[in-house]
Design a protein. Structure first.
Length: 251
């Protein structure tokens, strides 16, 4: 894991264990005790996230733990005890409520640090003066866009409607999709274009590799593997052919 400090985490776990002992002796308020008792839930959720560069941007596992802890505190302050006590399994209901808020807080922090990326002005000037030789800005754009679109949720409870509200400004998804489709149509073959738009649902429902293979008559025992390869090749083609001036304004 990126920038994962084992010694710091061992100390953190020891502090939690010590705090749990104090909590059992009534040294903390009921609210603080609930927070301490569920810190293990925070790191369980945080460790389920990928910390690769494309997945979490500049965030390390320590950042995810911190965001998850903030989400836990926020959630504890909003617990409706009537709902918890009236449920068939109060403990499960409470854990489910807290874990959804923790996961939502971490996802929101990742989106903020990955989606709303800003490049220093002096760097933008360097890029503008590179006369098309620097493809890093194009690679940054497409990797960010397609990594964000491709997020999968395990179930409806993990979908965006269950997350803590994100009030940061968002790009208009419809405009982004139409712009992407235009770039794709100009720079890709018809098969690459269809595979990419179907894979990410840019103008249709998202399809699996097997569904796309059937739709486009891609035959063979490993046709879905071929579809995945076409998708990767299409993204590489966009990175290598699209001019940086066409994507600079979106960063």
């Amino acid at each position: 894991m990126k920038k994962y400090n084992v010694q710091n985490f061992v100390r953190f776990k020891k502090d939690v264990e010590d705090s749990l002992i104090l909590a059992s002796k009534g040294k903390y308020s009921e609210r603080d005790t609930i927070i301490i008792e569920n810190l293990e839930l925070v790191w369980s959720v945080a460790f389920s996230f990928s910390t690769s560069d494309q997945a979490s941007g500049v965030l390390s596992i320590n950042d995810l733990l911190q965001s998850g802890a903030e989400g836990l505190i926020y959630a504890v302050n909003r617990i409706d005890w009537n709902v918890v006590e009236e449920s068939e399994d109060p403990e499960k209901t409470l854990k489910s409520f807290l874990s959804k808020r923790i996961r939502g807080a971490i996802r929101r922090e990742i989106d903020i640090n990955r989606g709303n990326m800003r490049i220093p002005e002096y760097k933008l000037n360097e890029i503008r003066k590179s006369n098309g030789g620097d493809k890093k800005i194009v690679q940054m754009f497409f990797n960010s866009i397609f990594s964000s679109i491709d997020i999968k949720y395990e179930n409806d409870e993990d979908s965006f409607v269950m997350q803590i509200e994100d009030k940061s400004e968002k790009y208009n998804i419809d405009i982004i999709n139409k712009y992407l489709l235009g770039l794709m149509k100009t720079n890709l073959s018809s098969r690459e274009y269809d595979v990419l738009r179907m894979s990410y649902g840019l103008d249709c429902n998202k399809m699996t590799a097997k569904q796309i293979a059937v739709k486009l008559n891609i035959e063979g025992t490993a046709s879905y593997v071929r579809v995945s390869q076409i998708k990767r090749d299409a993204i590489d083609t966009l990175i290598n052919t699209v001019d940086k001036s066409q994507v600079l304004d979106f960063l």
